[in-house]
Design a protein around this ligand. Structure first.
Ligand code: 5RP
Length: 223
């Protein structure tokens, strides 16, 4: 069973006609966008999508979803994937380096639903390194500040390009391994106070619901 597809397809069932929907990024969200596009056609729904990356924008455009921007509309429902989910529904995101726009769209939504397979559920965040988007000119000084916070920063290197990953916003990404993340909300705020940091991949206190695909079927997590 494809657990990402299970979760993504379920989320598409929650979209109501007339809604403005935040379109997350990643392989799980891919299934959500795919099923949403099918439903829009099948049920003649009027949906406006707000993409969180070039990836989701290109996919939505290819599938014929009408898009808008945050300048024009508020997000009613955002659906996005995650790299880790803890029992308090805090997240680490940014495996696809899209976390800045994802956080802007997801946190502005009236309702934010996360879709994951059960491999993403953890007791404590931090096995997955925390992605931090950084202005290129600041990356060395930001890395030093992160080391002083007991983090091990690593510049994310591109796979089919020489040199670093460049985000949709033209920046670098440092992936930070921390010994322990005991207070995710405090760390999220602290990271964003370092000059040169654009946004980090800790998402705390904004999730309304998590749809988890498991071998036994769907599980819904709420606080
Ligand atoms: C991209 C993200 C993704 O949502 C996260 O990496 C999960 O991806 P996937 O659904 O492919 O496992 O935060 O920046």
């Amino acid at each position: 069973m494809n657990l990402k597809k299970l979760a993504g397809y379920e989320a598409a069932e929650l979209v109501k006609d007339g809604q403005v929907v935040g379109l997350g990024t990643g392989s799980t969200t891919h299934y959500f966008i795919q099923r949403l596009a099918e439903k829009i056609k099948e049920e003649e729904m009027e949906i406006l999508g707000i993409p969180t990356s070039y990836q989701s924008q290109f996919l939505a455009r290819k599938l014929g979803i009408t898009m808008t921007t945050l300048d024009e509309h508020n997000v009613e429902l955002a659906v996005d994937g995650a790299d880790e989910v803890d029992p308090q529904l805090n997240l680490i995101k940014g495996g696809g380096a899209a976390h800045t726009m994802e956080k802007i769209v997801d946190s502005s939504a009236e309702k934010f639903i996360v879709i994951v397979d059960d491999s993403k559920l953890v007791d404590e965040l931090g096995t997955f390194p925390v992605p931090v988007e950084v202005i290129p000119q600041a990356f060395r000084v930001v890395a030093e500040r992160l080391e002083a916070m007991d983090g091990k920063p690593e510049l994310r290197i591109a796979e089919r390009k020489d040199g670093p990953v460049i985000t949709d916003n033209g920046n670098f990404v440092l992936d930070i391994q921390f010994q322990k993340i005991s207070d995710p909300a405090a760390l999220e705020n602290e990271l964003n106070t370092i000059p040169g940091v654009v946004e980090n991949g800790l998402f705390t206190g904004i999730v309304h619901e998590v749809i988890v695909g498991t071998q036994q079927g769907l599980e819904i997590l709420k606080l």
